[in-house]
Ligand binder design. Sequence first.
Ligand code: KG4
Length: 330
Amino acid sequence: MKDIITLGIESSCDETSAAIIKNGREVLSNIIDTQIKIHEKYGGVVPEIASRNHIEAITRVVENALKEAGLNFKDIDVIAPTYGPGLVGALLVGLSYGKALSYALKKSLVGVNHIEGHIAANYITHKDLEPPFLCMMTSGGNTQIGYVKDYCNFEVLGKTRDDAIGEAFDKVARVIGLGYPGGPKIDKLAQEGKPNIELPKIHLDNLDFSFSGIKTAVINLHHKNPDINKADLCISFEKTVSEVLLQNVLKAIEQTGVKKVALAGGVSANSYIRKEFLKLEDQGIKIYMPDLKLCTDNAAMIGAAGYYRFKNGDISDLTLNAVPNLKLGE
Ligand code: KG4
């Protein structure tokens, strides 16, 4: 069978990325141009600045992806840009570029849901992983447990009612003075701490999550007691949110009978959370997680998800628009 070459394009937030993927799982190149340094001084992503930087980077990033893969534009079979969720101005850059390329090259356009992309990062790392499985999606904009019934068939079993988990990491880090992006900074400092601070854990009756109470408790503790050991606070925060995630994952396993769980999204790079999830393997649950560099935003995962959408016949037309609040399963 002929190989299928997908160009994945990602620009939903502050990473401009392009990747060349062979047959959905093999990464020939994955160029990531991050704007972290630009947004750092504002303490978070400034949407208008992000869009402008995507425009400056997109052509170079796509050309570099092709060059690194040793291919030309004519070798591409499928063009797969992210069309949501994300910042609308940022999404429009990668999507418009992808649409123009598909028109010019007469190649299939496949719009990709960014959340499906995070899930598909696991297909690249784990060549043997196939649906059905459960996916604990933990990123800066999303926290949800998905039931991946097939490559293009998802059911959301539970989601956050307030903050996304990555948002909680970033806000806690900002308040205690670690800066942006908070997740990796908390991860690093926590390694010097002891989980000896009790924080409130909010368990809801169903599979939904709530992180705002935990976040506020950490912030209040720090305000009331500025000398509190920050490393202890960080690891106690990680321990508390891990317990919340794990409890819901165990409930989802009980509900569905599915004993395969994949992690996805930026927060799945967290070393404490990764360790805690791996402990579930002692209970006969198989755990999958993407390589660290595939946890945060990148176009390889978008190309992988685009490949499976292409195989499913989900070809987009040139009227495809950016959908900032796109949900999993839509
Ligand atoms: O998946 P992602 O790159 O973007 C979205 O699609 O939202 O996730 C970004 C989030 C940020 O909140 C960042 O602080 C968090 O992932 N993050 C981490 C770690 N690395 C990135 N959180 C905890 N520990 C980490 N090591």
